[in-house]
Design a protein around this ligand. Structure first.
Ligand SMILES: NC(=O)c1ccc[n+]([C@@H]2O[C@H](COP(=O)([O-])OP(=O)(O)OC[C@H]3O[C@@H](n4cnc5c(N)ncnc54)[C@H](OP(=O)(O)O)[C@@H]3O)[C@@H](O)[C@H]2O)c1
Length: 244
């Protein structure tokens, strides 16, 4: 119960990686603010946490709207752990990328975490403790044709991770990122099986992982066990294949 007494906000906790992180945080004793847009799935996650003896509440917000992000920060209240997980990934060559998709990637993957950190980190620093984990992607570091906007938005998030770690170091606040490889989630279930298999073949382990395997790394970085770690991007991606 290493999170007991702490409040954690997990964005995009109604599905996939965020859901697994929310459930594991609650198992460790955190009071979890489950965020998403889909109230039905959000309340299901809350019910699952409560059935296991944990504490959680759902806050609905569309993170492409600045007003909604700021309202979420307000309704979450005093947060000790912030997991910036909600994200979108649409893979298209640059020639087919629309203005709307450009804005969607930047607003959800980079601007929403920026607004949440700007709103919540000062309180954490004032209270002298806090931990933020941003969910990036391996695609921010590995050049992949067709993932341009997604990779760029997450590369922005990784750069912000390092800057925030430096800005808040010494004030009890650590900021890290996790960069997953291919993971089985409702998001990737929408992709065709051949594409998913091809992505899995780019990992040294040659498999897709489950959201719980990413959550383990997120919980570690968020916990006091990682007390001397800040500003890192931890790959949870089955290893890089390498050149043979
Ligand atoms: N799955 C992978 O293979 C993989 C690999 C690397 C990195 N990642 C990153 O991991 C994170 C989670 O991915 P996932 O695959 O678990 O995602 P997912 O299954 O598609 O779920 C996305 C989550 O984000 C929320 N969300 C989407 N748009 C939103 C919006 N406009 N406002 C508020 N919330 C919104 C969804 O909430 P609602 O459904 O309630 O709206 C849902 O909870 C993302 O940042 C993604 O980039 C995933």
């Amino acid at each position: 119960m290493e999170m007991s007494g702490l409040t954690a906000l997990v964005t995009g906790a109604t599905a996939g990686i965020g859901r697994a992180v929310a459930i594991q945080l609650a198992q460790e004793g955190a009071e979890v603010v489950v965020h998403g847009r889909d109230a039905r799935r959000g309340l299901e996650v809350v019910a699952q946490i409560e059935a296991a003896g944990g504490t959680a509440r759902f806050v609905q917000a569309d993170l492409t709207s600045t007003d909604d992000v700021l309202r979420l920060a307000k309704e979450a209240g005093e947060v000790d752990v912030l997991i910036n997980n909600a994200g979108i990934y649409k893979f298209l060559p640059t020639s087919e990328m629309t203005d709307e998709l450009f804005d969607l990637h930047m607003n959800l993957n980079a601007k929403a975490p920026y607004l949440l950190v700007r709103s919540l980190a000062p309180g954490m620093a004032e209270r002298g403790h806090g931990s933020i984990v941003n969910i990036s992607t391996l695609a921010a570091a590995v050049t992949t044709k067709g993932t341009g906007m997604y990779s760029a938005s997450k590369a922005a998030l990784e750069q912000l991770t390092e800057v925030w770690a430096a800005e808040y170091a010494g004030r009890g606040l650590r900021v890290n990122a996790v960069a997953p490889g291919p993971i089985h989630t409702p998001g990737t279930d929408e992709m065709d099986a051949a594409t998913l298999k091809a992505v899995a073949e780019t990992t040294a382990m040659r498999r897709i992982a489950e959201p719980e395997e990413v959550a383990e790394a997120v919980i570690f970085l968020a916990s006091r066990r990682a007390s001397y770690i800040t500003g890192v991007v931890l790959e949870v991606a089955g290893g890089r294949l390498g050149i043979s």
